[in-house]
Design a protein around this ligand. Sequence first.
Ligand code: XMP
Ligand code: MG
Length: 183
Amino acid sequence: MITLHDKSFVPFISATEIATRVEELAAHFDALVSSNLQERNQPLLVLGILRGAVIFHSDLIRTCTANIEVEYLRTHSYKGLKSTGKVSIDVPPSFDVKDRHVVIVEDIVDSGLTLKTLVDLLLTKGATKVTTIVLLDKKDARTTPFTPTLVGFDIPDLFVVGYGLDYNGLGRNLPSIYQLSEL
Ligand code: XMP
Ligand code: MG
């Protein structure tokens, strides 16, 4: 059991289980990278969502030695343990996805609002294809219909931290994933 601020968290998904699943996802990721290179003769743009997905994104991209390009965008929606129901996305003026196949790598899909908003934004900006790879999927929490292309783990609708995910700024550095203790 660990304590972050005022809350206790219990072990949920171990670092070994995460590594095994990342290896499995890597096979699919590799297939995406190769088919994109063949079809478009252009590297895939692999977009990490700051800050929660940084560790998953960096583990996933390092499984691949083919040519890819890497970018990051920051989205905000969560405050403490809850989504605010609004998403903001910081897009730098130089951010260009026109005619690209973009793969979004995200830590978790919860209500679905962040990824739905982001995918729509990329398509509006001229991306030809958007694929989404998420480590964790809280299917029961969905309020905006959204189905990720690839999912690491389906999890119940309970707050989680670790492996990039935080509770009010703490917990991102933990190598495994912890779940909010219901005790
Ligand atoms: P939505 O609701 O837009 O949420 O699908 C996606 C974003 O909300 C954050 N989120 C979490 N962060 N533990 C966290 O540390 C959680 O259990 C959790 N659930 C959602 C996360 O930033 C994600 O990008
Ligand atoms: Mg996030």
